[in-house]
Design a protein around this ligand. Structure first.
Ligand code: ZN
Length: 406
């Protein structure tokens, strides 16, 4: 039978402005972006060094939001640079000029959990149950150094994972943060817990992190730490420093913090002579402002942990000789200090006591999910704000944007 459906054309934009969602292209620079959207180049040139450098952190594939008026002129742009901070370009209503500011990303955070009975493998069964490769990968990775699933797991063994997921515009955003993982094998339960120091420990309080880095420079002073976002009270601006700075004499050798493949060795406007090394498990390290690279270091080359790759300098947007060292996991900036260590950490004293209290809370949660035998989601914190009011630039709650005169 022949059916004819008439499509009703409902106007989707009842307001004058339109929001466009676009992805940041690989290799696109901030200056390219301004040019492509007919925005003034001085939006970049008027920035200070720190702000110019942060524009180098925009990662390929990130969702960019552009708001245009009826004449197709850009009114606002939001570009995330990390899971915490975004760049906001906007046309000032007072003087009709474009302005730049760094503002926090407002996201909702949910604590979620699930339990799975093993049919095939933890990786396969987690994907089957949750649809998320990220969760499956995180779970398997958490036990990579301590357990052998292939040898010891049996059908019907159970696992539970509790994690925190960020949401932006109602969609999962950034990587889930594993809080506790448990797997029962041969009737014995094995755990990995996230402690308040943001490191992972087993049930005895022994650090379980598998990925460890060496310090990339010897005899250097840590001159600036990692800050995913911080409000500068004097400048009245949000700032971020997505790496650590080691002040050292020019020419001091820089060593690969871990073994891996050089994926970038070249010049970058903000970071000067720059090397990026890809490691296992989605980790990448970045070495900026170098005076020169060591001979033979180029894209595609494999380097060993501790191998000299270049020399400390002050190239790019830098105020003095130092190494800016960055660590990324799946494109997200991480605090390098968290994974630079020589010996494995074992919790002691008050710290161990605090850990044990936290552990008890987590264990109760695990038992609840084991008993429920179903996927469950518990909301711990939920604050959903996702758009900026075009007049006031204040965040609007989801749904409220309907009422805003955009
Ligand atoms: Zn730096």
């Amino acid at each position: 039978m022949y059916k004819f459906f008439m499509t009703l054309l409902i106007p989707c934009t009842i307001f004058a402005s339109e929001v466009e969602f676009t992805k940041w292209n690989s290799g696109e620079s901030f200056l390219n972006f301004l040019e492509n959207h007919k925005l003034p180049q001085k939006l970049y040139y008027n920035l200070d060094k720190d702000e110019q450098t942060i524009t180098e952190e925009i990662y390929a594939g990130v969702n960019v939001q552009i708001l245009r008026d009826a004449n197709n002129t850009v009114e606002q742009v939001l570009i995330p640079v990390s899971s915490e901070l975004q760049l906001h370009l906007y046309k000032d209503k007072e003087d009709e000029t474009y302005k730049f500011e760094s503002i926090p990303i407002i996201y909702a955070k949910k604590q979620e959990a699930f339990s799975v009975s093993i049919e095939n493998s933890p990786y396969y069964d987690i994907i089957k149950s949750t649809g998320s490769k990220k969760l499956a990968h995180q779970f398997v990775n958490a036990f990579k150094n301590s357990l052998n699933f292939r040898r010891d797991l049996q059908k019907g063994d159970r696992l539970v994972m509790v994690y925190e997921q960020k949401y932006r515009w109602g969609e999962p955003f950034s990587m889930p943060d594993l809080q506790v993982a448990m797997i029962e094998m041969n009737k014995k339960k094995h755990y990995i817990y996230l402690h308040t120091d943001k490191r992972y420990y087993d049930e005895k309080g022994i650090e379980a992190e598998g990925f460890m880095l060496n310090r990339p420079v010897k005899n250097a002073r840590l001159s600036s730490g990692f800050t995913p976002r911080r409000y500068h009270p004097i400048l009245k601006k949000y700032r971020a420093h997505l790496g650590v700075d080691y002040a050292a004499r020019p020419g001091t050798p820089i060593m690969a913090a871990g073994g891996g493949r050089v994926i970038y060795a070249g010049y970058n406007r903000g970071y000067g002579n720059l090397i990026k090394i890809q490691h296992s498990d989605g980790y990448m390290t970045l070495y900026a402002h170098q005076k020169a690279f060591r001979k033979g270091i180029k894209r595609g080359k494999y380097v060993k942990k501790g191998e000299v790759i270049g020399y400390v300098g002050t190239t790019g947007l830098s105020t003095g000789p130092h190494l800016h060292f960055g660590l990324y996991k799946n494109g997200q900036p991480q605090n390098p200090a968290r994974v630079i260590r020589i010996t494995t950490n074992k919790l002691q004293g008050n710290n161990l006591q605090a850990f044990n209290t936290l552990k008890e809370e987590y264990n109760k949660m695990i038992e609840l999910h084991l008993a429920a035998k179903t996927q469950a989601v518990c909301e711990a914190e939920f604050e959903k704000v996702y758009y900026l009011d075009p007049q006031t630039f204040q965040p609007l709650a989801r749904g409220e944007e309907q009422n805003a005169q955009i």
